[in-house]
Design a protein around this ligand. Structure first.
Ligand SMILES: Cc1ncc(COP(=O)(O)O)c(C=O)c1O
Length: 399
């Protein structure tokens, strides 16, 4: 048998990818033909299916995952009467906006180290960080894997903390059979490029709390009176109510934000949502190729785990070298057209060093991940030969 020709990539194998399919184009054209760009039927449909897919009663589609987190914390602060400087627990490894939004809201992030295997907040260390001013915790479902929600919810309930799930990197995944985004007061998601569903920019807040749902819709709409949160609210009102709507539709009841998205993003998102099973299957297949091909290196390279009772949506594929810094391996891969990214270092960011000082040393797991961890892509547009090539290159490095 003739030897097989070795696959050599002509382009970089990226951590994210996107192919806009015919369904996305069809829905976008329907929006353009309708001349309706502000919140309308596509946003409503996208919201109601997204909510149902995450075991929640409500979902608000808005401009980004960061704006979702920003208003989620703002409305909880308002409802519970928290004071400036009150504290919020945040994992020491996450994308920077998880902690930024705490600062935007005049609150104080208190960092908790993460679990060395799942990279999510270490629930066992939360308790030691709680003070009389701690009001909330923001567990992050990092890289596609749900955080340890049983333990987190147990501590939160016992110590009276509110919970915002930062699920910006994880959609449709389950913990104990329950969907991410349905455990806490509010769940926050991102539809930014390279996420599980992509709309360009965009995000969601999910909740099953009637009052919070109204507050969130108002907060993303400049703080409008709940009577007029969308431009159809006066068209659909009964005659007697119409006068009340007319009288109150230009009333603002809280310090809100302009965090809306358009029907164009919702049209792309709705089409993506209809393709989600295909995306998830492909992500999991790609991750499996890496895990199977690299498992013999487990004593040198820590691969992602899927703990019992959880599903993983594999937004990316994280790896941490057990006993050496990552720079050599990362350079080796980058030089062979494989894109890598840092595993979300937070405390070493220049702006955080400026604000909080040199505190990374207090978080040994975060520091290890920062020094030795990186991720590669496993998105649905990567082909089996590209995944096999990644395996081959990583094995070659260790040889
Ligand atoms: C964990 C996490 N939180 C928040 C965000 C912010 O989402 P966005 O970029 O949509 O504002 C991201 C974005 O990648 C993220 O990974």
């Amino acid at each position: 048998m003739a030897p097989q020709k070795r696959f050599v990539p002509t382009e970089q194998i990226g951590v994210g990818g996107l192919e806009i399919g015919p369904l996305e184009k069809k829905y976008v054209n329907q929006v353009l033909n309708s001349s309706r760009l502000s919140h309308g039927p596509f946003s409503q449909r996208f919201e109601s299916i997204f909510a149902r897919e995450h075991d929640c009663r409500y979902a608000c589609f808005l401009s980004s995952g960061t704006s979702a987190l920003h208003i989620a914390l703002a409305v909880l602060k308002e409802r519970h009467g928290w004071r400036d400087g009150d504290e919020v627990l945040v994992p020491a490894v996450t994308f920077i906006s998880t902690a930024n939004i705490v600062l935007y809201n005049g609150l104080q992030p208190v960092f908790v180290d993460v679990d060395p295997q799942t990279y999510n907040i270490d629930a066992a260390q939360m308790e030691g960080k709680i003070t009389e001013r701690t009001r909330a915790v923001i567990p992050v479902h990092l890289f596609g894997l749900p955080a340890e929600m049983d333990q987190i919810m147990e501590v939160a309930e016992r110590r009276g903390l509110r919970v915002i799930e930062d699920s910006c990197e994880t959609m449709f995944a389950t913990y104990g059979g329950k969907k991410v985004g349905s455990f806490g007061d509010v769940g926050c998601f991102s539809t930014y490029v390279a996420h599980i569903l992509v709309t360009g920019v965009g995000g969601f807040c999910t909740t099953s709390d009637d009052e919070l749902a109204v507050m969130l819709k108002s907060a993303m709409n400049h703080g409008r009176d709940a009577i007029y949160l969308h431009m159809d609210d006066d068209k659909t009102a009964e005659k007697e109510r119409l006068f009340e709507v007319a009288a109150r539709r230009f009333r603002f009841v809280r310090l809100g934000y302009s965090f809306r998205a358009t029907e164009l993003e919702a049209a792309i998102g709705l089409a993506q949502l209809e393709r989600k099973d295909e995306f998830l299957l492909q992500r999991r297949r790609n991750a499996k190729i890496l895990t199977e091909g690299l498992s013999h290196l487990e004593d040198r390279l820590q691969l992602p785990i899927i703990p019992e009772g959880r599903t993983h949506s594999f937004m990316m594929y994280p790896m941490v070298l057990r006993d050496q810094p990552k720079s050599d391996l990362v350079n080796f891969l980058e030089g062979r057209k494989i894109e890598t990214r840092d595993m979300l270092p937070l405390l070493s960011q220049p702006i955080y060093r400026q604000i909080f000082g040199d505190i990374e040393g207090q978080y040994p797991v975060a520091r290890w991940i920062n020094e030795s961890g990186f991720y590669v892509g496993c998105h649905p547009y990567l082909k089996p030969e590209e995944m096999e090539y990644m395996v081959e290159m990583i094995c070659e490095y260790f040889r």
